[in-house]
Design a protein around this ligand. Sequence first.
Ligand SMILES: Nc1ncnc2c1ncn2[C@@H]1O[C@H](COP(=O)(O)OP(=O)(O)OP(=O)(O)O)[C@@H](O)[C@H]1O
Ligand SMILES: [Mg+2]
Length: 235
Amino acid sequence: MDGAVRSGETVRRAPGPWTPTIQRLLRHLHAQGVRTTPRPLGTDEQGRDVTEYVPGEVPTYPMPSWVFSDEVLAESVALLRSVHDASVSFDRAESVWRLEPREPAEVVCHNDAAPYNMVFRDRRLVALIDWDTAAPGPRSWDLAYLAYRLVPLGPAAADSGPVPDRERRRRLELLCRAYGDIGPADLLGTVVERLTELARFTRARADGDAELLRHVDLYLRDADWVVEHAPGLVD
Ligand SMILES: Nc1ncnc2c1ncn2[C@@H]1O[C@H](COP(=O)(O)OP(=O)(O)OP(=O)(O)O)[C@@H](O)[C@H]1O
Ligand SMILES: [Mg+2]
């Protein structure tokens, strides 16, 4: 979105008012022992935000089928849980976020936790990247989006061939169990809320852009799909 460019072992992008907060967050996560987020490296001579380049593969659509393995699901959830837990002690005083914080702000959410923002090596997850839209929010807000993209939920999941509801139910359960403290029925409710909010947010910024408006329609269609299929996705 903001034209991140690689320069050697670093990634550089135009800064925003949120950049110092995100750099401080990434530093905090590292200080807490998290090793699955890029290291922040300050600002370069052109004033650009600099972070560590994490070598590996970032999958894109159409997603390769291995992205939907149970191992990747388990690793993604474990990563998200560890980042959330480590973010609890982040000092939010004087923070500036690109997105509005959302209540209950239990943790700092990544807000775009999905395979297209993950780096893999040998099909093992090594990092979650693209932290610019992180902001305080409920744990389930982030987990819901990960479930949407990775279970996956919605008819567009035909990327990896048609997926029967019972397989999605199994993976949704696996995801909830791996994270802990949240059940599939509650999470599906949050997925619908999350997609509805994403549609609203995207529409407000689309400014007539046909591609963005197409995304708005997809989010709303997928939210309807989740409502319709919910009975078959929970016990
Ligand atoms: N720290 C990093 N390490 C390795 N690759 C990175 C890193 N940051 C960004 N990239 C690569 O650059 C791409 C774009 O970066 P990023 O996802 O941060 O920006 P974006 O504005 O959200 O772009 P997009 O909308 O395509 O996700 C990523 O999909 C990834 O391939
Ligand atoms: Mg990205």
